[in-house]
Design a protein around this ligand. Structure first.
Ligand SMILES: *[C@@H]1O[C@H](CO)[C@@H](O)[C@H](O)[C@H]1NC(C)=O
Ligand SMILES: *[C@@H]1O[C@H](CO)[C@@H](O)[C@H](O)[C@H]1NC(C)=O
Ligand SMILES: *[C@@H]1O[C@H](CO)[C@@H](O)[C@H](O)[C@H]1NC(C)=O
Ligand SMILES: *[C@@H]1O[C@H](CO)[C@@H](O)[C@H](O)[C@H]1NC(C)=O
Ligand SMILES: [Ca+2]
Ligand SMILES: [Ca+2]
Ligand SMILES: [Ca+2]
Length: 837
């Protein structure tokens, strides 16, 4: 199609070099802001970890079923501490592996008595002590896994904060020292534990003991692949031979989305001991991102908990014993090469330390690039990295990084990786190469880290080096904004409420005085006009979030089915009932992805099921021509210019074929192919100006929704997508003059552009039925989606809405030119008229 905006992925026949060291840091200032806040919160969390968990049990638990005695004593609180004891003078006995054996029962009884007599010494703990249980044994002297439950009556809730991890640990250590000669305990751990995970092996009907060997064996959740029952509490203890590690993977994993209701917890221990947790997961994982973990020792514990009414199939799992890793790291002397965290892309094991020494000839330097970097753990401040980290040149890196690159100062470079006792992740994959410092990047620009980028990316307003070294000391172009700190930024990022310059100078001239209220479109009105029941802002934002006028109707209120009005921004499908008849939350089975995806998935290739509303439109003998989105089982949304062109044939429904659930243009698995019954371009579509560039397609046969086929939510006509909001555009990128199409679905992150600014940069070519967005991330040469394809934005509630339809724009040629989209909110009523949606 002649005016489509497209992708030019780097993989296209080497026409573009693969140099993309884009970091998100620079491109997502709003996120950076969030990052700092998150950092502070994380810091606080670390300090108040125990208090926090207590508050959780205290405040949240009572509403959920969890404690055995909820019915009889409504607010009694249960606290469980679990961990292990290492016993020095008792030999290991194979019989201890079976909880029904006499050996187990005798030893467990003895230890349980010892625990009780220990806690008895502490007046507070003894008062609330309920019971202690030994849940398993393993070898290595003798390790006993224990947990103890304390119950605090509702009336005495305040003492809960005194029953701390430290206090329990202190009581144990003191008591055990006095326990006498028979039981010599050399080490103790305790952590606060979710009571649902504390089980007694002697009377549990969902506890499984599995022996791992070198053969692959399997197990699955109850009733898999049907649904696991409500209130499931199941444990699998997997034990391998001494000196082995356990490899565990989940070919199929589908647990409820909300981890508060249901989850799988995996431990590097036989106790649900937080200090030995490997990971906690929920949601449905796509086949491209299976969960695979490795233990540090010969044990692994898997726990499935479910408390919600929403039941899911659960999982099937495979495991085997593998030789315990004895070494990692090493000396790398080739001029280039790869290295990764152990077992990459499976989760690395806990408690490993690897060091790589890279050594190249004397006169050369080294650059290292991490193409994947995920060392994410709960409660970690990524500026400190006190748990797992990669250390290079004295700097520790952790968390999730998009394309981290580092250069050496001489001909050697040491990279250290360390994981601690709990929480692991996918780890990293790195490539390094040697270069000549005299001419590091022939015909290219050299970043401070030593990596090379195309010369035209130098001083273009985008942080391509990742360390900003390509954007300092630049002279700005005329289509760039000159920040107060001297940096150049795309002009269209001015006044979008995001601090792109870093010093706020791009947002300085945009704000209103303290006596004024700022409309969604940036205009200033007197403060007293906000919430006065009259629309002063062109977009109605002055009346869209008013307490007093809750039910009064204005042009910009959300209208409930019963005629009531709601004056709340974006009330529809936000998972809160705003209309008394709940009509704002009706027909909201849209805008969610059945497969759970990491929040940031790097690269420009879409993952399986990542954009389940995306459709590929093929025209008669041609292949992919335009994109579309799924609105319902029978309706698709696309652009009018895909159908109303010079060729009248494009209007004939019988010449079109739609492909839903497609990612790879050459892979038809799980794709649903449908013919088109009707093609309905907007009657006001203007092929000269592209005004009203919208079309509806009715399918001949309805779609069946699946993991990879799901509709997008349409925003209400009053829905606000503010300037600066980050959204995504997807497509296979039809080339302007007929060229080739990308085989894999492409994605790019874009930011909504301020309307005033958009009008300026497009030289007044945008109507009110149009909106602009510009690239935020997605690769140097990534272009925007196909004509007719969706621009989608994720609201805070987690629901995705389609804000735009790809219409026209400058395409791939220049990053500093925005893409133009049909504005769905302005065309919303027409969609309803035709489809009833
Ligand atoms: C386990 O490894 C240790 C040290 O590497 C060795 O001494 C011991 O014999 C090994 N045990 C078995 C059962 O292989
Ligand atoms: C990195 O590893 C991949 C796959 O193992 C290999 O194809 C590639 O050549 C390696 N790269 C270098 C620079 O050695
Ligand atoms: C290379 O640089 C590192 C870090 O700056 C330094 O520790 C090391 O001693 C240097 N090695 C040589 C051979 O100069
Ligand atoms: C859009 O930009 C103009 C100046 O170009 C500014 O006055 C206005 O406040 C901006 N709008 C928003 C929503 O920030
Ligand atoms: Ca860790
Ligand atoms: Ca800005
Ligand atoms: Ca709502």
């Amino acid at each position: 199609m002649s005016s489509g905006v497209q992708f030019q992925p780097g993989e296209r026949n080497g026409r573009h070099e693969q140099v993309t060291f884009l970091t998100n840091k620079e491109k997502m200032p709003s996120q950076r802001r969030g990052g700092c806040i998150a950092g502070v919160i994380v810091g606080l969390l670390v300090l108040g970890a125990i208090a926090g968990v207590l508050i959780y049990f205290f405040a949240v638990k009572p509403n959920k079923s969890s404690v055995g005695s909820v019915t009889s004593r409504q607010m009694d609180q249960t606290l469980v501490y679990s961990g292990h004891l290492v016993l020095d003078n008792i030999p290991y006995n194979k019989q201890l592996e079976n909880p029904q054996s006499t050996a187990f029962i005798e030893m467990a009884d003895k230890l349980e008595k010892m625990l009780w007599s220990t806690y008895k010494e502490d007046p507070l703990l003894s008062k609330y002590y309920n019971r202690s249980v030994i849940s398993a044994f393993s070898e290595g002297s003798l390790i006993a896994y224990h947990w103890t439950q304390f119950v605090v009556p509702a009336a005495e809730q305040q003492v809960q904060s005194e029953i701390t991890e430290q206090r329990v640990a202190r009581a144990l250590r003191t008591g055990i020292r006095q326990a006498g000669k028979e039981l010599v305990v050399t080490s103790v751990t305790v952590s606060l534990t979710d009571p649902r995970m504390a089980r007694n092996p002697r009377d549990d009907n969902c506890l499984f003991r599995l022996d791992a060997n070198t053969d692959l064996q399997g197990f699955e959740s109850p009733d898999y692949p049907n649904q696991y029952p409500p209130h499931t509490r199941c444990l699998w203890q997997i034990r391998g031979p001494p000196n082995s590690s356990i490899f565990l993977d989940f070919p199929d994993f589908n647990v409820e989305d909300d981890c508060a209701n249901a989850f799988v917890y995996i431990y590097d221990s036989f106790s649900p001991d937080e200090s030995r947790a490997i990971t906690k997961k929920c949601g449905q994982r796509p086949p491209t991102n299976p969960l695979e973990v490795v233990s540090s020792g010969n044990l692994i514990l898997v726990i499935l908990i479910s408390d919600s009414d929403i039941q899911k199939p659960g999982f099937n799992a495979e495991f085997r014993a593998i030789p315990k890793m004895t070494e990692c790291g090493g000396v790398l002397e080739a001029p280039s090469g790869n290295f990764s965290s152990p077992y990459y892309p499976s989760f690395y094991p806990p408690n490993v330390e690897c060091t790589w020494m890279i050594k190249v000839p004397q006169n050369l330097r080294i650059r290292v690039r991490f193409s994947m970097f995920r060392l994410k753990e709960p409660g970690v401040d990524v500026r400190v990295c006190h748990k797992d980290y990669v250390e290079v040149l004295g700097v520790k890196y952790c968390g999730e990084r998009i394309q981290l690159a580092i250069g050496s100062t001489n001909n050697t470079l040491t990279v250290k990786f360390r994981s601690d006792g709990s929480h692991t992740d996918k780890g990293f994959l790195a490539t390094y190469s040697a270069y000549d410092p005299k001419n590091p990047c022939p015909n290219q620009f050299t970043c401070a880290s030593g990596i090379c980028i195309k010369s035209q990316l130098h001083c273009d307003g985008w942080n391509d080096c990742g360390d900003m070294s390509d954007e300092v000391n630049c002279r700005c172009d005329k289509d760039q904004f000159v920040c107060a700190n001297g940096m150049c930024k795309p002009l269209y990022w001015v006044c979008d409420r995001v601090n792109d310059c870093g010093d706020g100078s791009d947002e300085k001239q945009c704000s209103c005085t303290s006596k004024e209220w700022r409309c969604g479109d940036g205009t200033c009105i007197p403060r007293e006009q906000q919430c006065n029941g009259q629309k002063e802002c062109a977009d109605g934002s002055d009346e869209s979030n008013c307490q007093a006028s809750t039910r009064t109707c204005t042009d910009f209120s959300f209208r409930c089915k019963n005629g009531e009005c709601v004056n709340k921004v974006n009330a529809e499908c936000d998972q809160e009932n705003d209309c008394t008849d709940s009509s704002d939350e009706e027909n909201c089975d849209c805008g969610v992805r059945p497969y759970k995806h990491n929040r940031i998935v790097g690269g420009v290739n879409a993952d399986v099921g990542e954009w389940p509303w995306q459709v590929s439109l093929h025209f008669s003998t041609m292949n992919h021509v335009c994109g579309a989105s799924i609105l319902s089982s029978t309706w698709l949304l696309s652009a009018a210019h895909c159908f109303k062109s010079a060729q009248p044939d494009f209007l004939k429904p019988e010449l079109w074929m739609t492909y839903s659930g497609m990612r790879d243009q050459q892979d038809m698995e799980e794709v649903q192919v449908r013919k088109v019954k009707r093609v309905l371009p907007h009657p006001s579509y203007n092929p000269m100006t592209y005004d009203y560039d919208i079309a509806l397609l009715e399918l001949a046969v309805p779609l069946e929704f699946s993991n990879t086929i799901h509709p997008i939510c349409l925003p209400a006509a009053t829905h606000v997508f503010p300037a600066g909001m980050s959204c995504w555009v997807t497509g296979w990128g039809t080339l302007r003059e007929g060229g080739s199409v990308s085989r894999l679905l492409q994605k790019a992150e874009v930011k909504i552009i301020n309307d005033t600014v958009c009008d300026v940069v497009t030289e007044g070519q945008v109507s009110s039925r149009m909106m602009c967005s510009g690239f935020l991330a997605g690769g140097v040469d990534a272009c925007q989606g196909d004509s007719g394809g969706p621009l989608v934005c994720r609201e805070e509630s987690g629901t995705w809405f389609q804000s735009g339809i790809v219409s026209w724009g400058e395409g791939c040629a220049r990053r500093n030119k925005p893409g133009v989209y049909s504005r769905v909110t302005k065309l919303r009523n027409w969609i309803t008229e035709i489809t009833g949606i």
